[in-house]
Structure formats: structure tokens, C-alpha cells
Design a protein around this ligand. Structure first.
Ligand code: ATP
Ligand code: MG
Length: 203
């Protein structure tokens, strides 16, 4: 059975789709068979990302085109979800996923929303063990990322060591429908390195 990583958040626009697409890309580059499921029917940004570009190195599926047998053959399934999930949906996600990954920037508003979501996800001990925050859009200079990570940890939250920094290459990658490693940008390799490091920390 594949390892299932569901990416979710309390707030919208925190980088769920960006991280989902790139993590699936990093797993594929590492030789794993990766599948990305776009469960954000409302926006469908992973699906649109895939359609904009030449071709991503993994399939992007909508829930209705999933073939259970095919899915079982994958090594890793990444699920990009809609922001602000209902509590009931979160419970189901907690049961289906091996890892619940919650991106959060260092902004106080986002950290507050993340803390609220953590309070809910920590109610169930099994879900708590599966939940990880990843600090995303970290300013490449200064220590804001480290500070946010340590603050979250002090609050009892399981936080990834990897800080995903803020780079224009991610925005450009979405526009071009490719991975940031394929964007002509002097910092594209730095952006890609953050993702590969994160992927190794997760799996
Ligand atoms: N590490 C990053 N550095 C720079 N920009 C980023 C980074 N991560 C995400 N972004 C940008 O932030 C914006 C929101 O990202 P994204 O669409 O991935 O968020 P989302 O959580 O999926 O949003 P929604 O809730 O609408 O589905 C996009 O413009 C994206 O390019
Ligand atoms: Mg999204």
C-alpha cells in the first residue's frame, strides 16, 4: 500500500498546492512511483497546473478518475485538499492519511490559524502522531523561519526541520505548469533543494 500524505490547512493560500505538486515531483525524481490527487474541486489548481505545462513527472488525478488498483501500486500518494476543511472532512483525512502535512508561513495570522487547526487535530492521539507542520514561504534571510519553528515546537506541535523558503521560482513554476527545478531563475535550484530535503524528511 502507498504512503498517503494529505496536505491541508485552516487558511487558504498557504502553499498547499505548491507543496503538493513539488513533493510529488521530488518523490518521482527519487525514483518512487508518485500520484497526486487533486481534491480541491473548487479551484483544482493542481489539475490546472498540470494542464498548463508540457507534462509533470507523475499523474495528477481527480477523485473521479482514480482506479483503486492503480493507486495501490503507487509508492506514495499526495493529496492536495481544499483550504478551510470542515471538521468532518478533517476526521476522514486523519483516518486515510499516514501523514497530514500543514503548511504555514511565519505570519502571526497564519500561525494562529495553524495553532487552531493543531488543537483540533491533536484531540485524537493517532491523528496527532500523523500531523506535521511545515513552515513555508520563509524569508530567505533572517531567522523568522527558525523562530516560528521553535515557537510551534514549544507549543507541542510536530514541525518539519526543513524550512521551505520563499522564492519566486515557485510562483513561476505554477505559471508555467512545471516544477521549480525547471524554471529559468537563478534561485530555482535553491527552491528545489528545499523540496527534496523536505521529501526525505517525510519519506
Ligand atoms: N515557498 C513559496 N515561495 C513563494 N511563493 C509561494 C511559496 N509557496 C506558495 N507560494 C505562492 O503562494 C500562493 C498560494 O499558494 P498555493 O496556491 O500553493 O496555496 P494553497 O494553499 O493551495 O491555496 P488554496 O487554499 O487557494 O488552494 C501562490 O501564488 C504560490 O505561488
Ligand atoms: Mg490549492
Amino acid at each position: 500500500m502507498p504512503q498517503v500524505i494529505a496536505v491541508t490547512s485552516e487558511k487558504g493560500g498557504v502553499g498547499k498546492s505548491t507543496l503538493s505538486v513539488h513533493l510529488a515531483g521530488a518523490f518521482a525524481e527519487r525514483g518512487l512511483s508518485a500520484v497526486l490527487i487533486d481534491e480541491d474541486g473548487r479551484v483544482g489548481s493542481a489539475i490546472r497546473w498540470d494542464r498548463r505545462g508540457p507534462s509533470l513527472p507523475f499523474p495528477v488525478l481527480e477523485p473521479h478518475d482514480i482506479k483503486p488498483k492503480k493507486l495501490r501500486e503507487a509508492d506514495v500518494v499526495v493529496i492536495d485538499t481544499e483550504g478551510r476543511p470542515k471538521r468532518k472532512e478533517l476526521r476522514t483525512l486523519g483516518e486515510r492519511a499516514d501523514i497530514i502535512l500543514v503548511p504555514s508561513s511565519v505570519s502571526p495570522l497564519e500561525l494562529e490559524a495553524t495553532a487552531e487547526l493543531m488543537a483540533f487535530l491533536h484531540e485524537d492521539p493517532q491523528t496527532r502522531r500523523r500531523t506535521r507542520v511545515v513552515v513555508n514561504r520563509v524569508p530567505p534571510t533572517g531567522r523568522a523561519g527558525e523562530v516560528a519553528r521553535e515557537d510551534l515546537r514549544e507549543g507541542g506541535v510536530n514541525v518539519c526541520n526543513t524550512l521551505v523558503r520563499s522564492y519566486a521560482a515557485y510562483v513561476r513554476a505554477a505559471e508555467l505548469g512545471v516544477l521549480c527545478r525547471d524554471v529559468p531563475d537563478p534561485r530555482a535550484a535553491l527552491a528545489w533543494a528545499d523540496i527534496v530535503t523536505l521529501s526525505r524528511e517525510l519519506l
